[in-house]
Design a protein around this ligand. Sequence first.
Ligand code: MG
Ligand code: ZN
Length: 183
Amino acid sequence: MSKKRAIILDRDGVLIEDKDYSYKIEDLEILPGVIKGLKQLQSNFIFFIVTNQAGIGKGYYTLEDFHKYNNHLISILNDNHIKIEKTFFCPHVKEDNCDCRKPNPKFIKEIANQWDIDLESSWMIGDHPSDIQFGINGGCKTVYMITGHGKKHLRDLKENKIVPTLVHSNFLEAVEEIRKLKI
Ligand SMILES: [Mg+2]
Ligand SMILES: [Zn+2]
């Protein structure tokens, strides 16, 4: 059997509006095109979320708050018949120097090993340079979304010579190009 292909999704600023360390269910807002886009990808890819949640390490919200908020997103996606295989999150702050914070490729390697994923034909979609570096470190194709923090960090991306495969400002358009490319 051939290996599976994955779409690895950053959460805040890609799937949902990034409201800076948000954790309250009433603040959860799914971005335009996300539901429709994921549905279109579902026949060819399986989905994962990989998210840096420094808000936990900084004490802005608890682990329980994070799970509650994330489970709410997962349940909305489930209601739309979209399955996220697993959410991987880093609860640390940068200064902790942990091994799970993006761009460290720990979670991408875990995904590849446990789900038998062909990374070369898989994608990381994110709105921060560290998402793109994470995807590159893991050997994926990447989409840099100019939603969320994407616009703000566009210069960092260039200065650090981090080159995403695609750049998009709308999730559905990114999906359409991924489907067209057939990498
Ligand atoms: Mg983000
Ligand atoms: Zn970590």
